[in-house]
Design a protein around this ligand. Structure first.
Ligand SMILES: Nc1ncnc2c1ncn2[C@@H]1O[C@H](COP(=O)(O)OP(=O)(O)O)[C@@H](O)[C@H]1O
Ligand SMILES: [Mg+2]
Length: 158
């Protein structure tokens, strides 16, 4: 586990950009945090680090949005989903087969959809400060390495 304090939305996005540069096909990131925590903000940064030029916004109507970057990037939001079944109905299995980078807001709401190997990002607003605490929790060796490298890249910001 590694965490960093981001004092502004720009900083959240910048941390995301550094992370995006480290991700590749088949990678899975699940984002947790209250409404307004900054999940979409960090996804915007991650997408930018993956050379996505499209506008990244909350996928409120579409459950999964697809962007084109260095690899396909799939941006989902499970907030409005009732069950894993609903996700299967929209062809969830296809996404995992397509060798892209998958970024899911509120992934914790449908735990059955989360692979064992993944990166969890938990975002929260500290009580007395206006910024956000970004916590990176790797599951599996690959993501442990990713988080170590991310920490190295962000060292001078801490
Ligand atoms: N580190 C930060 N400090 C202050 N504001 C932030 C930070 N990160 C994000 N925000 C702001 O929080 C608001 C909600 O962000 P958003 O990414 O839409 O949240 P979520 O997707 O979790 O609902 C936006 O106005 C964004 O600019
Ligand atoms: Mg959002």
């Amino acid at each position: 586990m590694w965490e960093i304090y981001a004092g502004s939305a720009e900083r959240t996005e910048a941390v995301g950009r550094e992370l995006g540069e480290l991700l590749g096909p088949g990678d899975f990131v699940s984002l947790t945090g209250e409404l307004g925590a900054g999940k979409t903000t960090i996804v915007r940064g991650i997408a930018s680090g993956l050379a996505v030029a499209d506008t990244v916004s909350s996928p409120s109507f579409l459950i999964i949005q697809e962007y084109r970057g260095k690899y396909p990037v799939f941006h989902g939001d499970f907030y409005r989903l009732g069950s894993y079944q609903e996700l299967e109905d929209i062809g969830w299995d296809e996404y995992s087969r397509r060798d892209g980078v998958i970024l899911i807001e509120w992934g914790n709401l449908i735990p059955e959809a989360l692979p064992d190997g993944r990166l969890d990002i938990e975002i929260r607003q500290p009580l007395v400060e206006s910024g956000r605490l970004l916590k990176f929790i790797p599951h599996g060796e690959h993501y442990t390495t990713v988080v170590e490298e991310l920490a190295g890249k962000c060292k001078s910001w801490e």
